[in-house]
Design a protein around this ligand. Structure first.
Ligand SMILES: NC(=O)c1ccc[n+]([C@@H]2O[C@H](COP(=O)([O-])OP(=O)(O)OC[C@H]3O[C@@H](n4cnc5c(N)ncnc54)[C@H](O)[C@@H]3O)[C@@H](O)[C@H]2O)c1
Length: 250
């Protein structure tokens, strides 16, 4: 019998949140294609309807009780990718208390609920947790990203603390930090910005100019690193911010 390649995810159980579109969707598809049994969830269950070959559930990751009930059913989880996040565009002066709360509910509270509910099923598994954070965080200050940067910095802090707490239990925790990735929500932010800048072309240029690589990232760029971090090839990597940003943080 031939030994499986260490990058193969065959036999591993993977849970992916925010799998309906964008980065989470590409991650779910990549882990599935690499052989994992994938459990995909999203707030909007309709977005999952054409995602084949995975278990699909509607799940609001900001609802602590619903998250706890969802995870209770798992016997063992090897891979967790938590992709839920929300971008408020604005400075601290633009950010109302409601904007601030919404940013933290969706980005940070969801991470608290999901990682807390998943970890009892991962201890001892040799498993891998990945949070989708951002370079707009504790890594780099961006204009008009006050609440977003604060919340994603929190996600990085939580991920690193869990890396320390759960290393003895053989669970690795890494924050994946994308640059600007072409996703449905980025297209929404471009449309919003185009009202200020006068045209969609100007808004697209604004985001492209942030990318030294001269191209936007694609969700598959992020899925590829998640596949690697999920695999046994990455067994010596934990507590890291893995920047996949097309040269932003050179
Ligand atoms: N696109 C980028 O440029 C970029 C850059 C850095 C980091 N990120 C982060 O990557 C993650 C995915 O972003 P994206 O732009 O690919 O996706 P997106 O914003 O286009 O899609 C996000 C998905 O999350 C789901 N979702 C929203 N709230 C939810 C909730 N409460 N519970 C469960 N699901 C929920 C949505 O229904 C949607 O399917 C986010 O955390 C985002 O902050 C994105």
């Amino acid at each position: 019998m031939t030994k499986p390649h260490p990058r193969s995810l065959v036999g591993k159980t993977a849970v992916v949140t925010a799998a309906g579109q964008g980065i989470g969707r590409a991650v779910a598809e990549r882990l599935r294609d690499d052989g994992a049994e994938v459990f995909a969830s999203d707030l909007n269950a309709d977005l999952l309807s054409d995602l084949d070959g995975v278990d699909k559930r509607g799940l609001d990751a900001t609802d602590g009780d619903a998250v706890a009930a969802y995870f209770e059913a798992f016997e063992r989880i090897d891979i967790l990718v938590h992709g839920v996040g929300y971008v408020h565009q604005g400075t601290i002066e633009d950010c109302s208390p409601e904007d601030w709360r919404r940013s933290f509910d969706i980005t940070m509270d969801s991470a608290y609920y999901v990682l807390k509910a998943a970890i009892p099923h991962m201890k001892g598994s040799g498993g891998s947790i990945m949070t989708i954070a951002s370079v707009a965080s504790s890594i780099k200050g961006y204009p008009k990203r006050a609440a977003y940067g604060a919340a994603k910095g929190g996600v990085i802090g939580l991920t690193k603390a869990m890396a320390a707490d759960y290393l003895p239990f053989k669970v690795r925790c890494n924050a994946v930090c994308p640059g600007t990735v072409d996703s449905p929500s980025l297209r929404g932010r471009m449309a919003e910005l185009s009202e200020q800048l006068g045209s969609l072309e100007a808004a697209e240029k604004y985001f492209l100019d942030r990318q030294p690589s001269g191209r936007l990232g694609i969700p598959e760029d992020i899925a590829a690193i998640c596949s690697f971090l999920a695999s046994d090839d990455a067994s010596f990597i934990t507590g890291q911010c893995v920047q996949v940003d097309g040269g932003i943080t050179i």
